[in-house]
Design a protein around this ligand. Sequence first.
Ligand code: FDA
Length: 367
Amino acid sequence: TKKYDYLVVGSGLFGAVFAHEATKAGKKCLVIDKRDHAGGNIFCKEMEGINVHWYGAHIFHTNDKDIWDYVNQFAEFNRYTNSPIANYKGELYNLPFNMNTFYRLWGTKTPQEAKQKIEEQIKGLNITEPKNLEEQALKLVGPDIYEKLIKHYTEKQWGRKATELPAFIIRRLPVRFTYDNNYFNDKYQGIPVGGYNKIVEGLLKDIEVQLNTDFISRREEFESIADKIVFTGKIDEYYGFRFGELEYRSLRFETEVVDTENYQGNAVVNYTDSEPAYTRIIEHKHFEFGTQPKTVITKEYPLTSEKGAEPYYPVNNDNNGAILKRYQELASAEKNVIFGGRLAEYRYYDMHQVIGSALVKAKRELS
Ligand code: FDA
């Protein structure tokens, strides 16, 4: 018999939840991660006493009571509500699009006035079958909102003209006829008090973890010590890129300490014009209502598939879909490897979704 029941590659939410459940069921796990910290992309780094969301802003939200209860075992959640501000040429608008946004744009005060205004904007455009993202957005919200809050932001994000982007990227654009700036519609929302690392620490408590350890370069050694492998890294890398590389969009973060108590008064401010080059500024202390004397901000720059960049968002197009399918065929034939999480499934997952998926796969495996 081998030393471990499961070798878990990756200490992100998927790996940590799986290892936690397996350990609870009496199995012996070794978790490895090539980074120098556990937690994957929800990792927070402490700076000036502030939990800095090191791989981008993370706001927990879910409609699923079981998942909410699950994370609340490990940390208490605060009442943080995501309500981003958009800055367009120095004008400030509330997001998501709601009565506050419409009032600022047009001076409309009642839902009826706002609806009428949007209808007027859309009428006369005569778009029936939108051919690209621009037409799709115009058809949904009209030219004012499109120009100030969608066009340039989206073009920055994708590094391409909105007329050259497929319409399906924007399926719907929620417009709300209430004065409600809450970005999410979910029943539960918040930030773990003390940061996301508390959740990761709770999940991995009493489990053996080896950091700075890459699976790929030592795979024979690791394959020989465990009965089964739970792989949460990139599926194309697991198979030596034999069918080609799956593409990702990435981000570059510029984080700085600012010697002021409150820099922008909100955790998230989007910059929706073509200038500046960054898409957002995150001020981390506001996620936890921090009162530290200094503040830490992060400017977020889009990065389109650059070598060596962190893989963040899968690029869902036909080519990547075809490559993925070939890897998935190999994966489904594996007897002793479980693939899970955003990189192994090449799928954008929110935190609650990745937890849900890990719980389902763990249950199936362990029962
Ligand atoms: P994750 O990437 O976290 O973990 C994989 C781990 O495997 C990493 O630690 C990696 O180092 C390790 N690894 C990979 N290959 C390896 C190898 N060969 N050997 C050893 N280790 C290896 N969700 C949400 O609910 N609300 C939000 O606000 C946000 N915001 C957000 C912003 C940005 C910019 C991104 C990119 C994502 C979000 N998310 C989010 C999504 C959230 O980050 C995501 O759901 C989870 O972090 C996914 O956890 P995984 O375990 O799947 O991957």
